[in-house]
Write a protein that binds this ligand. Structure first.
Ligand code: AMP
Length: 190
């Protein structure tokens, strides 16, 4: 079983790359951002709560995010492995994920950070916002707040996974195909 965590600031290409990798390695792709957006479309209570944070570019509180993620994993008992996209984003989430997987005799195989400069990411996100309709992609202040959340809450996970010898970083600048190739090489070498 191979379980991957894809890290990266908003706009780094996690979702795009996860779609390729899930097909290539036969993994279930779980994006907490997509799950929240589904809840928002379905106007669930969780969706309403999540929206109030997402609209500001803030992280949704840990416990509701962890519960939602665990529920999604539990719904895929036949999975050959998972690709976690946008989760964990805090140390509390990473610890919860380790505990949860350990109970199932599973673990994280590797975490991969897609690296790119803030200014390039802002351009990409503003461009994406024109077609995606995502309000959090349309306002530069909100984007910068999402980067701030990443720097303060998510970046410490580098050390967390480096301590477990599971941290890898990949250059996220290039064509989509080039980046997929880099990721594929890395995953094949695990
Ligand atoms: P994303 O689609 O991954 O860029 O996520 C969009 C938004 O959903 C983020 O800015 C957060 O508000 C929220 N979100 C997604 N994943 C998480 C997470 N693991 N923890 C907290 N909030 C999250």
């Amino acid at each position: 079983m191979i379980n991957l965590v894809l890290f990266g600031k908003p706009g780094a290409g996690k979702g795009t790359q996860a779609s390729f990798l899930k097909a290539q390695f036969n993994l279930i792709h779980i994006s907490t951002g997509d799950l929240f957006r589904n809840h928002i479309s379905n106007q669930t209570d969780l969706g309403k709560l999540a929206k109030s944070y997402m609209d500001q570019g803030d992280l949704v509180p840990d416990q509701v995010t962890i519960d939602m993620l665990e529920n999604e994993v539990d719904q895929n008992p036949q999975a050959k492995g998972f690709i976690f996209d946008g989760f964990p984003r805090t140390e509390a989430q990473a610890e919860a994920l380790d505990l949860f997987l350990a109970k199932k005799e599973m673990n994280i195989s590797a975490t991969i950070a897609l690296e790119a400069d803030d200014e390039i990411l802002i351009e990409r996100l503003l461009e994406r916002g024109k077609s995606s309709g995502r309000t959090d992609d349309q306002d530069e202040d909100k984007i910068r707040n999402r980067f701030e959340e990443y720097n303060t809450k998510t970046a410490p996970l580098r050390a967390y996974y480096t301590n477990q010898n599971k941290f890898h970083s990949v250059n996220g600048i290039g064509t989509i195909e080039e980046i997929t190739t880099r990721l594929t090489h890395l995953i094949n070498s695990l």
